[in-house]
Design a protein around this ligand. Sequence first.
Ligand SMILES: Cc1cc2nc3c(=O)[nH]c(=O)nc-3n(C[C@H](O)[C@H](O)[C@H](O)COP(=O)(O)OP(=O)(O)OC[C@H]3O[C@@H](n4cnc5c(N)ncnc54)[C@H](O)[C@@H]3O)c2cc1C
Length: 437
Amino acid sequence: MLHHIAIIGSGPSGLFCADALLRQRPDLKIDVFDRLPTPYGLIRFGVAPDHQGTKAVTRQFDRLFGGGSLRFIGNVAVGADLPLGRLSEHYDAVVLALGAHADRALGIPGEDLPGRYGSMAFVGWYNGHPDFRHLDPLLDAPGIAVIGMGNVAVDIVRVLGKTPAEMTASDLCVHAAEVIAAAPVTDLYIIGRRGPAEASFTSAELAELGRLERVRPIVEKADLPDGLPSGIDPAEAKIKEKNLQILHDFAARTDDRPVKLHFLFHSIPEAVLGQSRVEGLKLKGRAAPLSAGTVISAIGYRTAATGDLPQPNQNGIIPNDNGRVAPGLYVVGWAKRGPSGTIPTNRLEAKSVADRMLADFADDTAPAKSGSAALDTWLRQQGLTVIDWPGWKRIEAAEIAAARQGSPREKLADWAGLRQAALPSETQPAAPRAGQQ
Ligand SMILES: Cc1cc2nc3c(=O)[nH]c(=O)nc-3n(C[C@H](O)[C@H](O)[C@H](O)COP(=O)(O)OP(=O)(O)OC[C@H]3O[C@@H](n4cnc5c(N)ncnc54)[C@H](O)[C@@H]3O)c2cc1C
């Protein structure tokens, strides 16, 4: 009988799945585990800090946690701290909503040089992901190359290109804001194998690059076709046409700005160049390498292998049959389909997996399992400190209290600080008295 469900991952796919289940079965008890002390997955650590509107979906998830049927069990890595085998003893069904957090490799010489970063790490650094707080990326040269022609690449060049004033209302972490503001960047490159009509950025994100105070987009008119080539998916034709129009507008610009953003289409990176750090990027068919001290690859992600969790396949996803991995074990979101689609894509897909789960258990007469009660004891015995919903709310309150003028929050970005802020006030260390630091 389906009564206790564990969802591993508190990103959009896990929380949309919980929502879909509870709408149909309000009697269910669902525990959402996350290895991080904070909920929301890439809404917090991926979505750009200057796109606060996109993050507003978290309000809907907050209401869900307030409903009494959903618990947050943060700071517990399933597969590592807590074996999946043990979890499955206590829950009737388990949903893997792990996301895809490992950067895909470029597979070219020089990619391990200091100064080359994957976008999960780089975006995680400026968005306050505690795994990447100490990435300390090299941003000390005038040229920065971003490989990839999707919205993540667009986010990165925009965050690097905006002035501090343009980022005032963002929650860009102060440790990153200071480094970015001091970076001597004059040339940003956005580089893709594909042509302008195939690039996968969306029009609103692309158009925003034309409105930045100190950045001038540079597009070679010769690179732009007049119309869409044949073979473009009709469902995408409207966006692609709009993108082409925006790129034509960029190509027609003659204004001067201190930072040039070069769009390099049909460009295949062959090697990251440098002796002891990144100094340039060799592109196929171009005699002169690009001069760049930083190379960031935004070419996709894989689900990471973790302990006794099912192994991702060669495509970086957990093998599944429409969301079903094994009896009682399901997968949703990026771990199911790979890193594509927007936050709302996860809603529809999680609903279909939830429907499948409810159908699978419709005739199940086995007694329901115990749920979290026995597991809580085990977690305590292991010395694991669970960060629950009130713990997260204390972190959030501390972040809001620390926000600088105009910004919604100053994220706590290191593991120790997050865990400390989650403690109830009576267990917080006393604040130092005046004169004591
Ligand atoms: C840089 C970037 C910017 C983006 N910007 C936008 C945007 O502006 N708009 C938009 O619509 N979409 C955006 N997206 C896409 C959107 O973030 C994804 O569609 C969505 O987050 C995928 O949801 P998910 O739940 O599958 O994965 P995630 O959001 O990654 O959530 C997975 C969760 O699982 C947890 N987890 C992983 N392993 C374990 C484990 N072993 N134990 C416990 N917990 C675990 C992780 O900590 C994480 O919290 C962006 C993505 C990126 C990378």
